[in-house]
Every structure is written in structure tokens, then in C-alpha cells.
Design a protein around this ligand. Structure first.
Ligand SMILES: CC(C)(COP(=O)(O)OP(=O)(O)OC[C@H]1O[C@@H](n2cnc3c(N)ncnc32)[C@H](O)[C@@H]1OP(=O)(O)O)[C@@H](O)C(=O)NCCC(=O)NCCS
Length: 165
């Protein structure tokens, strides 16, 4: 997808290599602080993830990491793990100073569109107090399937069926 959103920056998603792990970890920690405050929990998994774990995720052949860059800087990222005919999206993040410009929505939709043809459905999770992400996912067709405990709060599991081509 090409075009311009909010600020004048190109919005062509690109594959993020393993060498982007350090920058991704920094972006992820900055972005997920908002969710940590919403849940009164600094131990959210995206905040506890180590550099080695991010590297391992990026090196996993089942995982594709997409991002938007503004110049050299990664301003948004998401990971897609394909298991059979389901793609699990995770770690959708936008740099705090670039949120609300449509980058998160654009990257979510781009990652869905780039999933291999075998994928017939998408899954993701978010925290019960993540009002913004819950609105974003619901608007794009995700529906809650169940909840599971995570620390003192609930993790909301959402899914959607892929539209026929
Ligand atoms: C969630 C996130 C990826 C959305 O990206 P974004 O570029 O800011 O979102 P967009 O500009 O595309 O806005 C899309 C919709 O997201 C929702 N939204 C997402 N985050 C929001 C927030 N913090 N406050 C208010 N609305 C938010 C809104 O519904 C918004 O649409 P609307 O304001 O027009 O109603 C980004 O805010 C982020 O990185 N948040 C912290 C990390 C996180 O929670 N990731 C998702 C974990 S499951």
C-alpha cells in the first residue's frame, strides 16, 4: 500500500529483518507503557520481552514482521505468526509521537492482506482495559471469542474470518 497518512510519510509496509530487533524492542517498550498504565501492570509480556526473545521471534520462519519507516526510523510494527490456516497478529505498535495518524490501522490491514493464501482467519489478543485497541479491532471485524486471566486482569481473545478474495 502506498500513500500518505497524517504526517507526510510514505506508508509502504516493509519486512523487518532480525537486525531491527533492538529498535523494535525500544519501540515496543515505549508504546506498551500506555497499556501498562491502563492495566496498572508494568509486567505486561511486551514490556518483559528481552532483546534475545525479540531476535528469536524475528528469526522464526513462521513469523513475519512488518513495519512502516519514516526515513530510517521504524514508526510502526506488527508481527504475524502463521499456524496452519490461522494468522496470529501480535505486538502491533505505533511510536507514541505518531499515534492517532492512522498508521496502526494501515499496518493492521496491510499485514492481514499480506498473509499467505492458506490463511482463512486472524486472531489476536489485547488487554481488557485497552479501550483504543478494542475499538480499532472491533471496527475492523474482530469479535471476542473468550477471555483468559493474565496477572490481575483479563486478556481478551479476538478473531475474524478472512474475507473471500
Ligand atoms: C493501538 C495502536 C497500535 C493504534 O495505532 P494508531 O496509529 O495510534 O491508531 P490509528 O491512528 O490507526 O487509529 C485507529 C483507531 O484506534 C483506536 N485507538 C487506538 N489506540 C488508541 C488510543 N490510545 N486512544 C484512543 N483511541 C485509540 C481508535 O479507535 C482509533 O480510531 P478513532 O480515534 O478514529 O476512533 C497504537 O495506539 C499503539 O501502539 N498503542 C500502544 C500499544 C498497543 O496497545 N498495541 C495494541 C496491543 S493489542
Amino acid at each position: 500500500m502506498d500513500g500518505e497518512l497524517g504526517n507526510p510519510c510514505p506508508v509502504t509496509p516493509e519486512l523487518l529483518p532480525e537486525s531491527a530487533a533492538g529498535e523494535l524492542l525500544t519501540l515496543q517498550r515505549a508504546a506498551f507503557l500506555i497499556e501498562a498504565r491502563a492495566h496498572h501492570d508494568l509486567d505486561l509480556p511486551p514490556l518483559l520481552e528481552t532483546l534475545d526473545q525479540v531476535r528469536a521471534a524475528l528469526a522464526d520462519p513462521a513469523v513475519t514482521a512488518w513495519g512502516f519507516r519514516d526515513g530510517a526510523r521504524i514508526v510502526a510494527a506488527v508481527r504475524v505468526l502463521v499456524r496452519g490456516d490461522v494468522a496470529e497478529l501480535g505486538r502491533l505498535v505505533v511510536a507514541p509521537d505518531r499515534q492517532g495518524e492512522g498508521l496502526g490501522t494501515a499496518l493492521l490491514l496491510a499485514a492481514e492482506a499480506a498473509a499467505p493464501p492458506v490463511v482463512t482467519g486472524f486472531r489476536l489478543t489485547t488487554g481488557e482495559f485497552s479501550a483504543g485497541p478494542l475499538r480499532l479491532y472491533t471496527r475492523h471485524g474482530y469479535r471476542e471469542t473468550r477471555r483468559s486471566p493474565e496477572g490481575e486482569h483479563q486478556l481478551v481473545h479476538l478473531a475474524k474470518v478472512r474475507d473471500a478474495p
